[in-house]
Design a protein around this ligand. Structure first.
Ligand SMILES: Cc1cc2nc3c(=O)[nH]c(=O)nc-3n(C[C@H](O)[C@H](O)[C@H](O)COP(=O)(O)OP(=O)(O)OC[C@H]3O[C@@H](n4cnc5c(N)ncnc54)[C@H](O)[C@@H]3O)c2cc1C
Length: 308
């Protein structure tokens, strides 16, 4: 790998490029150390240039969306972080909405509603980018992204461009084929349907109000920490609650008082504090109930050996 400053000097993109950018500025937990090299491409050419460069120089790449489903370590991320939030194109043709993957998914939902298009209303007010929602096959209120996914444009590690058409067998509960496919998704087309704008907004505002009532925006967090496994018979939050773990705290990280499957940064938390609370909850549920909870929040970056 070339030195960081050398790398930064050789990359020619329209977007922003920084050495040592603190990732706490880009995650909803508001924690995370520096990225060796941080780039915020403005278009597909920038993305291809960055990936080609990283590929040629053996630089590891992490793709960042809205940072709402990740816990970035206090030591930060080695290599290149490609922040997609500069990819924000948005257009409608008939009932197809095409958006850059860096657009907040909630803005895509609002844009669709304003255009009299239904199908993305279920996801209004969910944090994160379009790209992150596709990567996770995000779901809520009886909908999931796969239901409306038309096609996805992906820039591959060597800089090539491909357009992917979704197949049902590749998607599942919080699962998409992009988890296995390196590269950066740059744009997504959603197949929507004509709908009444006011009815859409009414549902969207109900979803938003429900999220507010559950404390989603009360403190920095990454939403549900553990997936819900139907085999356990109850949602993960109810399982954690039943063990009296609501309010459990280490350092500045705490199991939310409002929802036991959410861990919040009370202000001064480090990533290590948050990880310690997550692991405590996971161990307690395994020890006392025999359920192995599956973590949804991803651990990103360089962790000390005793944390890993
Ligand atoms: C308050 C709150 C409520 C939430 N509620 C829900 C909910 O109801 N349902 C739900 O499913 N989730 C929920 N989440 C979790 C989170 O918002 C979603 O998983 C979201 O889709 C993550 O998107 P992101 O852009 O923040 O992704 P990030 O956290 O930035 O990244 C997640 C993964 O996606 C990859 N990725 C992101 N963009 C791209 C791209 N363009 N190309 C390739 N890979 C990419 C990243 O590399 C990473 O592996 C919630 C989070 C919060 C904070």
């Amino acid at each position: 790998m070339c030195s960081l400053r050398e790398c930064a000097g050789k990359i020619n993109i329209a977007g922003d490029l920084r050495v040592g950018e603190p990732l706490s500025r880009h995650t909803t937990f508001r924690v995370g150390g520096p990225a060796d090299l941080y780039a915020r491409p403005e278009n597909e050419q920038d993305v291809a240039e960055l990936l080609r460069f990283a590929h040629a120089h053996d630089v590891p790449v992490f793709v960042l969306g809205g940072g709402s489903n990740i816990l970035v370590s206090d030591l930060g991320v080695r290599g290149l972080v490609v922040d997609t939030t500069g990819l924000r194109r948005c257009s409608v043709s008939g009932t197809t909405l095409t958006v850059g993957t860096g657009l907040p998914i909630s803005e895509a939902s609002a844009f669709a509603a304003e255009s009299g298009l239904g199908g993305l209303d279920f996801i209004y007010a969910m944090p994160g980018s379009v790209g992150g929602a596709v990567w996770m096959n995000a779901r809520c209120y009886d909908g999931e992204i796969y239901d409306v996914l038309g096609s996805v444009t992906l820039i591959e590690p060597h800089g090539g461009r491909c357009v992917y058409t979704p197949r049902a067998e590749d998607f599942g509960y919080k699962k998409s084929p992009f988890m296995e496919r390196p590269g950066v998704m740059t744009s997504v087309s959603f197949s929507l349907h004509r709908a009444d704008r006011d009815e859409l907004w009414q549902r969207m505002r109900e979803h938003e109000a429900d999220r507010i009532s559950k404390g989603h925006f009360a403190a920095p967090c990454a939403g549900s920490v553990f997936k819900n496994n139907r085999a356990f018979g109850r949602p993960s939050g109810a399982i954690i609650d039943s063990l009296g773990l609501r309010g459990y705290q280490e350092g500045g990280a705490k199991v939310s008082d409002l929802h036991a499957n959410i861990i919040v940064n009370t202000g001064p938390a480090t990533a290590a504090d948050i990880r310690a609370v997550i692991e405590h909850v996971r161990r307690e549920v395994a020890r006392r109930l025999g359920h192995e909870l599956e973590r949804e929040v991803l651990y990103v970056g360089q962790w000390n050996e005793d944390q890993a």
